[in-house]
Ligand binder design. Structure first.
Ligand SMILES: Cc1cc2nc3c(=O)[nH]c(=O)nc-3n(C[C@H](O)[C@H](O)[C@H](O)COP(=O)(O)OP(=O)(O)OC[C@H]3O[C@@H](n4cnc5c(N)ncnc54)[C@H](O)[C@@H]3O)c2cc1C
Length: 414
């Protein structure tokens, strides 16, 4: 068949990765993106890519060399600690087998968008809705005639509303403040040493602080707590005003370690963003609809507590790209394309559900457990572990996690 007309909505990680792999096989497409320009510096924190998903996609996309230049292979140290910064788990920096290199979101967007053919991204195209027959209604124009529309436009996907009006994200009950400390080695050297070029995640019942090293020398922070959905209007302070935000967080952190409290004190007003976390229901899926599909957050938005979102998005992108390329190369027409896309969706639904379940479980444990942290921690560790091993090994995983925790708490005196 002649190449199908393909529209990708959203130039985020999923849309760009999909486009990049299609372009390597000369399959034409257009990406419509709402941002007016690449806007690299406003992209937020850092992401770690994993073997088998994110890193495999980078290799399939022939971007491995460019990725290596931007990634921090010594940046995957992670310390999980209680609010007194007493570590209960430390991992990395890793070896070649289990490395999880970090890359700043800004660098990732630049690397991906610059890898695409010139002019293929139509910036400043915010999709308002999709009308019958795959007509794309943007804020300022309308485009039609597409054989396949792929929704990669994240949490508030309009393509998802077209596929299934019931597929709506709901509020998780967790809100966060994003903050940053520039030139952290000079401003807060002790904490930089503890972060060890990676990240520190400290948690207490219903509260969680993540501190991440960024490639530009800053520390990126996310302070998460349970909040009502309308908290940014009803909280009684301006959540964009750094001094007011610091005061409130420091009150909330009144029992926390002085080093973590100092991190909040040192935050600079480069970044002061409030945000609510939303998710799609675990296991949500849609009836296949010819000529349209979803990947990434548009298909399976989850809260960010397992660090898998971008990895699953990349995995979707490489698998959907392979399906489209197969259909185009067999030359059997749009029926074959539809068959491949349907098969891709059927493979994606159970694959993504594992991560959605893991994230949901971990979030509930961190934010809604009332027991002592020493009871919560092994449950969190088990939730992470069981997502990585087959069901038959879950009892073994449970036993190993609890043995580790017993030795750490009872024999080594955590
Ligand atoms: C606070 C936070 C921390 C996170 N931390 C991690 C982490 O450590 N590790 C990890 O793996 N994941 C993390 N995630 C999740 C990760 O960011 C997402 O899973 C990932 O970005 C999904 O990529 P995507 O391309 O599907 O969607 P997005 O990244 O949301 O990209 C969507 C793109 O579509 C564009 N767009 C949106 N609406 C429209 C429209 N109407 N028309 C046209 N274009 C549109 C957007 O501008 C954007 O460019 C985190 C998420 C949050 C909120």
């Amino acid at each position: 068949m002649s190449s199908p007309r393909i529209a990708i909505i959203g130039a985020g990680p999923a849309g760009c990765m999909l486009g990049r792999i299609l372009s390597l096989s000369n399959v034409p497409f257009i990406i419509y993106e709402s941002d007016a320009s690449p806007n690299y510096r406003s992209q937020g924190g850092t992401l770690d890519l994993h073997h088998g998903t994110g890193l495999t996609a980078m290799k399939d996309a022939q971007l491995w060399d460019a990725f290596q230049k931007n990634a921090r292979f010594d940046g995957d140290y992670i310390m999980m600690a209680d609010k007194q910064l007493k570590p209960f788990l430390q991992m990395g920096p890793s070896n070649k087998l289990n490395e999880r290199p970090e890359i700043d979101r800004a660098d990732l967007r630049q690397l991906l968008t610059e890898s695409l053919p010139e002019g293929v991204i139509k910036w400043g195209h915010r999709l308002k809705r999709v009308d019958e027959g795959n007509t794309l209604v943007f804020e300022h124009t309308t485009e039609s005639g597409f054989d396949l529309v792929i929704g990669c436009e994240g949490a508030w996907s309009k393509v998802r509303s077209y596929i299934s009006p019931e597929g709506k994200p709901y509020y998780t009950g967790v809100g966060l403040h994003r903050l940053s400390i520039p030139d952290a080695a000079r401003n807060i050297p002790d904490l930089v040493e503890i972060v060890n070029r990676g990240s520190v995640i400290a948690a207490s019942n219903g509260q969680r602080l993540a501190v991440q090293q960024m490639g530009d020398g800053s520390l990126h922070m996310g302070w998460c707590t349970r909040r009502p959905e309308n908290w940014t209007q009803t909280c009684g302070y301006n959540p964009h005003n750094l001094e007011q935000v610091k005061k409130v967080i420091l009150e909330e952190m009144y029992e926390w370690s002085p080093q973590l409290r100092e991190a909040i004190e040192k935050a600079h007003d480069d970044v002061c963003d409030p945000k609510n976390l939303y998710m799609l229901p675990v296991g949500w899926k849609w009836e296949h609809r010819r000529g349209v599909t979803l990947i990434g957050d548009a298909a399976h938005l989850m809260a960010p507590f397992a660090g898998e979102g971008v990895n699953v998005a990349f995995d979707d992108a490489r698998k959907l790209a392979a399906a489209i390329i197969r259909a185009v190369q067999t030359g059997s027409g749009l029926d074959e394309l539809d068959k491949e896309v349907k098969a891709f969706e059927e493979e994606m639904f159970p694959r993504m559900e594992v991560y959605q379940r893991q994230t949901d479980e971990v979030m509930k444990l961190w934010f809604w457990s009332e027991g002592a942290m020493s009871d919560v921690i092994p449950k969190v560790m088990y939730a992470h572990t069981k997502a990585k091993v087959p069901t038959i090994l879950h009892p073994l995983a449970w036993g190993l996690v609890n043995s580790y925790w017993f030795v750490k708490t009872r024999l080594l005196g955590w």
